[in-house]
Design a protein around this ligand. Structure first.
Ligand code: ATP
Ligand code: MG
Length: 435
């Protein structure tokens, strides 16, 4: 017996009930982004490998070990399935010169690919909503992006997501800090694990972000970047904090929140929950004022964030929320050949009038069809047999009877049917659709 084919490990099917939840989430996302003036952009899912090496950095988990890279069998080009969206977004902005007439607010949503060990909240194909603002240098855009997230959690009814922020200063400030940090870590070389030893000279800031509990004490008392910041950097950080306070958004400064690369600067932030186990970061972002130049563009500041849709939706469901499964207005049952043809015509007619209609397909007794009608969640069953077909009429039976809507079945002519359904489904509206 041949074995049934399976999806790739860590790459999930999103089945209809779940996919409906995703669609409702995506709808909220669009409304929310509109409210802040962000415009959509869609980039390819495959890019040339050097783009990610340059944009994310050689000495990062993503580039070192998580990318799905392959050689194009036809022309030998090195390609990678995108592990994140910022690199592609900046590439697209530069390629199409989008900043020629001023700053831009952009967003995208879609699958990302990372070769990680699959577990709850960590997949090999996962989905992000990414938000990027390019050309804005002030702390207002950083604070606005953070406030946006707070509003989204609120819109979605999500609770218990806390905000951590930090500043990375500018590269000269980090260089001075780095010198002191490396000296400090070298002084404690014996305590470092293999990862930290390896990063000691290539990317020592990342050591501060270690997940190894045995290094926590060492990392706590390491030299702090904030003590090396100049006036400008401090002012930017204070600007962000002032706006957060004005907006009554609580935050905690976490000096260990870092990004190891020179073109990340100033603000970084993460939104974290304790309710998803080890995969608690639902959203992460910050400034990348050096990235556009790093990718060959005219220097321009940037600030953005990405959130993990799987983690957000898992949290939403864990917090007891349920989405409304969509149901058709009417389910149409029928029996007999002539009735089947008439039913097909009735269904199309009602859809033209704006109703959603599920036409029963595949035959069966009226009784079994009525069960399907009930299970569909429709408000109304429409019944067509030989009698109805002969006089071009339809029997209408409300399925969700209550005091206002007694379950009496009535027969209605084809021409009156749409109005009749309107009266049942939207009893408070007049003929112009006003309440
Ligand atoms: P982590 O520390 O959890 O690996 P990260 O720092 O690699 O996260 P980012 O690159 O900042 O994550 O991506 C932004 C968000 O995308 C994360 O906060 C998370 O919500 C989500 N995310 C990242 N990797 C995955 C994954 N493999 N599966 C599901 N969601 C992910
Ligand atoms: Mg990761």
């Amino acid at each position: 017996m041949s074995q049934t084919l399976q999806a790739i490990r860590g790459m999930n099917d999103i089945l209809p009930a779940e996919a409906e939840l995703w669609e409702q989430f995506e709808e909220s996302i669009r409304d929310w982004l509109n409210a802040y003036g962000y415009r959509p952009i869609r980039m390819p899912m495959v890019e040339s490998t050097p783009l990610f090496a340059r944009a994310i950095g050689e000495v990062t988990d993503i580039v070192e070990k998580e990318m799905y890279s392959f050689e194009d069998a036809l022309n030998g080009e090195n390609l990678t399935l995108r592990p994140e969206g910022t690199a592609s977004c900046v590439r697209a902005v530069l390629q199409h010169n989008l900043l020629y007439d001023g700053p831009k607010r952009l967003w995208y949503m879609g699958p990302m690919f990372r070769h990680e060990r699959p577990q709850k909240g960590r997949y090999r194909q996962f989905h992000q909503v990414g938000v990027e603002a390019m050309g804005f240098s002030g702390p207002d855009i950083d604070a606005e992006q953070i406030a946006m997230c707070a509003r989204l959690w609120d819109d979605l009814g999500l609770e218990g997501i806390r905000l951590e922020i930090n500043t990375l200063g500018q590269s000269e400030e980090r260089a001075r800090h780095r010198g002191e940090l490396v000296a400090y870590l070298e002084g404690h070389r014996g305590q470092l694990d293999a990862d930290a030893q390896r990063r000691l000279h290539s990317n020592p800031l990342r050591i501060l972000d270690t997940k190894n509990p045995e290094l926590q004490g060492l990392v706590e008392s390491a030299p702090k970047l904030i003590d090396f910041l100049g006036e400008e950097s401090l002012k930017h950080f204070e600007g962000v904090q002032q706006l957060l306070k004005d907006a009554a958004i609580p935050y905690r400064i976490n000096s260990r929140l870092v990004r190891g690369l020179d073109y990340y600067n100033l603000t970084v932030f993460e939104w974290v929950t304790d309710q998803l186990g080890a995969q608690g970061t639902v959203c992460a972002g910050g400034r990348y004022d050096g990235l556009i130049a790093q990718l060959g563009g005219k220097p321009a500041p940037g600030c953005g964030f990405a959130m993990g849709i799987e983690r957000l939706l898992a949290l939403w469901q864990d917090q007891g929320h349920r989405h409304l499964a969509p149901a058709p207005d009417a389910y149409l049952v029928h029996q007999g050949e002539a009735a089947g043809r008439f039913a097909f015509r009735v269904a199309e007619h009602l859809r033209s009038a704006g109703f959603s209609v599920q036409l029963h397909c595949g035959g069966g007794s009226f009784k079994s069809q009525m069960k399907k009608a009930d299970g569909s969640g429709a408000q109304i069953a429409l019944i067509i047999g030989d009698d109805e077909t002969a006089i071009e009429a339809v029997s209408v039976k409300p399925l969700r009877a209550d005091a206002d809507q007694p379950a009496t079945q009535v027969r209605v002519g084809f021409d009156e049917l749409a109005d009749h359904l309107g009266d049942i489904l939207f009893p408070m509206e007049d003929d112009n659709g006003n309440l």
